[in-house]
Design a protein around this ligand. Sequence first.
Ligand code: FAD
Length: 195
Amino acid sequence: MHLNFGHQLVAVDGPARRATFIHTHTDGRKEAVLKDFDLLHVVPPQTAPDFVRVSPLADAAGWVDVDPATLRHKRHANVFALGDCANTTNAKTAAATRKQAPVVAHNLLAALGHAKGEARYDGYGSCPLTVERGKIVLAEFVYGGKVAPTFPNWLIDGTRPSTLAWYLKDRVLPPMYWSGMLKGREWLAEPALTE
Ligand SMILES: Cc1cc2nc3c(=O)[nH]c(=O)nc-3n(C[C@H](O)[C@H](O)[C@H](O)COP(=O)(O)OP(=O)(O)OC[C@H]3O[C@@H](n4cnc5c(N)ncnc54)[C@H](O)[C@@H]3O)c2cc1C
């Protein structure tokens, strides 16, 4: 599979099955690229909601401007952010939000004088990639794209499709999400603390 980074879709000619991209090169040079397609799957560019993008909390790109580890706003010490709206460079997943929530909770309590130490988020994100019915690649990584598997390799190899990862997503994660995460009951998302 060849990845074409820096390509922005700008036009689609449906009858001719042709898509036009603007390719921005690393030196800033822009070039129109035409591609023929049989099937086109388009995902719009990610943005924060409008009320975040236009607020003083946003960085130049429109995301809430937080410290990547403490999730505390870089300019407003009494503001924290987590989830898709933050400008952290992790993969924007609910799995990331799950790990960020206890970090924000701890640091918020610490800012109010009710907790000691500083919790730090390591950029964990998880993308369960469904590659066929019954098989998933459980890709887990932290900041910098460093692979960070939850399970030992012999149980679930995060670089290969596996049936066990499918069962994890299909059977284990839904109750964990509804009964654990959303109710604040989690035993595997304890944040690392520094003094
Ligand atoms: C197709 C798809 C598949 C995905 N699969 C996975 C997966 O398998 N695993 C995984 O971990 N993650 C997955 N994700 C990512 C995951 O859904 C997000 O990372 C997660 O939902 C982010 O949570 P959030 O609370 O930050 O934002 P959101 O879930 O987007 O919540 C933001 C909320 O704010 C509300 N809102 C917006 N504007 C306003 C306003 N002005 N006033 C009040 N409310 C407002 C929105 O309606 C929304 O409910 C997937 C995402 C997509 C789109």
